[in-house]
Write a protein that binds this ligand. Structure first.
Ligand SMILES: [Zn+2]
Length: 130
């Protein structure tokens, strides 16, 4: 996977994906890596496990370990805070999809605002407001 794309965009997509599955069922690392690979994300353990730990540290996931076939496996599940974070992210994602994928701006564009403004288009710019 392209490192720059991963850093800039895909990290958020992957975290959202993890949170989505963790609201549905208990998830564990290897299974999640396979699921992400199915969607075209090559996420190795060196990326996934720190991500899971950070999500848990943020209070979005909770975990418990179990012994499976003689090995310790850590299962993760979304907390209510994680589910709420996913809902907030979904709202943003829905809006982004509408604009970027469907190419339909959710509100009039800045250009349209300027054309219709009575002062002839001097919208205040952030930082210049008194
Ligand atoms: Zn999935």
């Amino acid at each position: 996977m392209n490192d720059l794309l991963t850093k800039m965009f895909f990290g958020g997509f992957v975290r959202m994906h993890i949170l989505y599955h963790a609201t549905k069922e208990d998830i564990f690392g290897v299974e999640m890596m396979e699921e992400l690979a199915r969607h075209g994300y090559e996420v190795g353990p060196g990326t996934l496990y720190p991500m899971l730990q950070k999500l848990e540290g943020a209070g979005y996931l909770t975990s418990q370990s179990a012994i499976v076939a003689g090995k310790t496996r850590r299962y993760y599940r979304a907390t209510p805070e994680g589910a709420a974070a996913l809902e907030a992210a979904k709202a943003k994602l829905g809006e982004l999809v509408k604009e970027v994928i469907d190419d339909k701006p959710p509100r009039p564009s800045i250009k349209a605002d300027r054309r219709s403004s009575p002062e002839g288009g001097k919208a205040p710019i952030d930082g210049e407001m008194s």
